[in-house]
Design a protein around this ligand. Sequence first.
Ligand code: TRP
Ligand code: SF4
Length: 406
Amino acid sequence: MINRSGQPERVVSGMRPTGRVHLGHYHGVLKSWIDLQHKYDCFFFIADWHALTTHYEDDLSMIGRYAREMVIDWLAAGVDPGRVTMFIQSRVPEHAELDVLLSMITPLSWLERVPSYKDQQEKLKERELATHGFLGYPVLQSADILIYCANHVPVGEDQVPHVELTREVARRFNYLFGRDPGYADKAEEAIKKLGKKGARLYRNLRAAYLEQGDQEALAKARALLEENQNVAIVEKERLYGYLEGRGRIILEEPAALLTAASKLPGLDGEKMSKSYDNIIALRDDPHRVEKGLRAMPTDPARKRRHDPGDPQKCPVWDLHQVYSDHEVKEWVQDGCRSAAIGCLDCKQPLIDAVLAEQQLMHTRAAPYADDPTLVRNIIADGCERARTVATQTLDEVRRSMGLEYY
Ligand code: TRP
Ligand code: SF4
């Protein structure tokens, strides 16, 4: 997909290194990343500063350990370092500068009404989260996204309000700083480059939109700009803004790309989550996996081998949804309801499928696990590329805020 500037559209997402990557992540977020890497210019990063906002009192050597393992897990899952820019947030300090600048224009009330602010304080009662950093978390996240001019941000449902806030912050920024001195004069200059006919058309369409709210005129004017080859990108941006009576777009508004929540149950039958201590890690010990799955709870109605059960009431069935083909699923349905199979029989194809998947992960991870310099190089390259893009945005931000003096 190509954006307005003729560049491939960009995707940005981050993951907090606060635990091991598990199969819930794989069948949710990671699979969507792997899909997206073929369609977009993807930037995926280790959100280590974000981990600090909640975990600053923990043993912080864990963050580094989880981060290193996390990169290997991404690679094992199939994230392609040749396509994707993989980096570490804290190695791109430009995020922090943009965070500071954005925090100047973000009203406190916007942050206080982000649902995760109160929710997390409720949920993580044992942690002291009434901190500046935790309240400001969504501004930092906005900086993460806006600094790469991301078009799409793949996130779970809980993160959608953060992307929404990012859009509001970008809009406010553009409103405040997108009208440089001589804004209208510069726009008028740019209009001339559309040619005589083009300029007349643009002016008429703009007037129709601004004076009568004519949406069709707006669409036509946008198409006119899109087709035009003679106007530089910066000037085009100016004309897009002028068209709608707002400033030039400096920070582009991203859209949330909702990744379907993985319903993968954990080893205790509840949703797989590190906070429930019920995970199967992406690269786990095969014996632990097998033992865990064999012990996994099933439909309580099946107390004895000959008691019939109902897959609908069994978390093992949810795993079959992910791992088994139609035939196996039919076999489970019939066998469970008629008590023709026992629960261990039922689990066997699942155990085989999960172990085969784990084997693949272990194999793909092996070269990276064996030679840490490989991962170090991938991350070093990623950080460099990320900084190049981030610096460009930040230069533009500084300029538009009048911070480029002397
Ligand atoms: N807040 C996200 C989470 O907890 C992680 C994150 C940080 C992120 N910065 C981001 C996700 C930017 C997407 C884009 O999962
Ligand atoms: Fe669950 Fe399978 Fe046992 Fe039925 S037979 S209760 S689906 S594990």
